[in-house]
Design a protein. Structure first.
Lengths: 311, 311
DNA sequence: CAGACGGATAAGGGTTCGCTTATGGCAGCT
DNA sequence: AGCTGCCATAAGCGAACCCTTATCCGTCTG
């Protein structure tokens, strides 16, 4: 019984899927399946079995899950505790949605590390909304920035903004929005994102959606008149100012959405995450989130991490 | 960072010695030293270093110890939880002192498993008194039977008996007891045992003590007149009845000693250990402890485990 | 019934673990 | 100085871990 096997088990149980767990860990599906197999053999119990509604825990698996979860969490705590005792840089791993990774994460963390006197080694990683709760619970991330999350975590709003539909100024759109061609960023492929929820609300079928590798590419395509895009209004300010795009009204937009910082409950919060939470309530953080393009010196710019999760 | 490495670290920290930890785990000393080395390298911290007064924790080690200890304990809990959920035989591992292992442990566990309706896989293992607290804390044993122990565990008296000096009837002993030749069982080599405390109280020098591989052998030697032995009075009843030995008074004997059952605190007690605790307060258990030779059918006799600890 | 999806299994390979014996410091003691 | 006790390190070896790719199999679906 290794910590790696327990970690795989916990991830499978929480995500309800071996495949999803493998993607979250950044390994192949059989790797997780095999770790699960080793754990099953060790305990002589299936622990978790496939049913029509995902993976369901056996009685033994139900008993094991909370214990395994705590062991995995303690493993991360152990590292952090020794690091902190030695005065090494604290590590802050922030999981963000694709939109935030593209525009906000880098300047925000830059401002954060510059502000906080302590030496903090902060990094951001891309995650699907559905992965976020389990990432925080398993200490694979210290905090997440994205939609509101539940499942016993501490999710507090940090920034309110407007989600709108955007199109080229002269383009004509006929009929209902569900028949338009939609050009969206990677968040369109994340079922839990605000963008996906918006498209679902407009009853846009999958065939009418084209996902671009980043938000800017989607806007660029929309500016050429081939369809309608979505976006956070103030993040598209440059395109709007240059009149490449204009806001298009729909039955569901403009809509106010809210970025939330999600962490462990306050009593089990890492110092760095607590520090980030405090920073996000300051005017300086608001300023960065409002016009993120303003303040990153190129020398300190770090490209967003495009792997799902850290090593 | 492996559970095995953490376990080695915890054991070294609690016993204050790499060598003792290795003996407790039943492996060579370099095995423990190497596990410690791997953990040190992983964390970039010595964690625990040699000083004149044993091994002392670094700041990082102090932070790590409670976390590591809990992880090790949870590892044992995980096994137990799944076993229990599947209705498998519960496992009860009882650490005992050498005297109890020789006379009491086997019939006592036999009576216990027979009495408790549930299927319990009980086994006894020999341990030094100094090892006992850490064995229980690390879930290497569910309970111990021996002298009273402290260090935050639940140690309750279960049987009161008399420790006496024994010698051949016609042997003459001159001068103070400290000048006699003492012939003792393995407990004489355990500094924390009642026997060793008795000898220390009589100021018997090490040269005057000969340790035998078991208590019966020591009594047999004493019966041949070559020295004085020690023993629990009622356990020596056969020898006393056959007049091979008689009780010899000393300034420190007879003395009342008390066997204690030591377990985790009540709120973290395994079901099997709780069940044993209850059994030990019954008249049936008293009866077995009073005359342990009476009731073990030969078919069910299991020789005591003569390794220090279980796998 | 044919596909598609998702999990389990097989086979192979590189790395780590965990144990051994043998040996190298290093402090304290005779 | 030399000895001894104790920890650290080296070298070797088998087993386990952990990852990969390829394949099999059950179930759900059109």
């Amino acid at each position: 019984m290794t910590l790696g096997q327990l970690s795989a088990f916990v991830l499978v149980a929480r995500l309800g899927s071996v495949t999803d767990a493998a993607r979250t860990l950044g390994v192949s599906e059989p790797a997780v399946s095999q770790a699960l197999g080793a754990l099953r053999q060790h305990h002589g119990d299936k622990l978790i079995a496939r049913t029509s509604t995902g993976m369901t825990l056996t009685p033994g698996g139900s008993r094991l899950l909370p214990i395994a979860s705590q062991m995995v969490a303690l493993g991360a705590d152990a590292d952090a505790a020794v690091r902190e005792a030695n005065g090494l840089a604290e590590r802050l791993q922030l999981a963000v949605t694709s939109t935030l990774a593209e525009f906000v994460a880098s300047p925000l963390l830059e401002a954060f590390t510059a502000r906080s006197g302590k030496s903090i080694d902060a990094s951001a990683g891309l995650a699907q909304t559905a992965e976020m709760p389990v990432l925080v619970s398993n200490r694979l991330a210290d905090a997440t920035l994205g939609p509101r999350l539940d499942s016993g975590l501490d999710s507090t709003p940090v920034f309110r903004c407007g989600l709108v539909a955007l199109a080229a100024p002269r383009a004509q759109h006929h009929g209902r929005p569900s028949s338009w061609q939609w050009l969206v960023g990677p968040s369109g492929a994340d079922p839990g994102s605000d963008t996906a929820r918006l498209l679902a609300q407009l009853r846009v079928p999958d065939e009418a959606i084209r996902v671009f590798p980043n938000q800017t590419a989607a806007w660029s395509a929309a500016a050429s008149g081939t369809g309608v895009s979505t976006g956070i209004e103030h993040l598209a300010a440059p395109q709007l100012r240059r009149k490449e795009l204009v806001v298009v009204p729909t039955p569901a937009t403009p809509v106010t959405v809210c970025w939330h910082l999600t962490t462990l409950p306050r009593d089990r919060l890492s110092p760095a995450a607590a520090s980030l939470r405090h920073f996000l309530s300051t005017p300086a953080a608001m300023q960065v989130m409002r016009s993120p393009g303003a303040g990153v010196p190129p020398s300190r710019f770090r490209p967003p991490v495009y792997v799902t999760i850290w090593s």
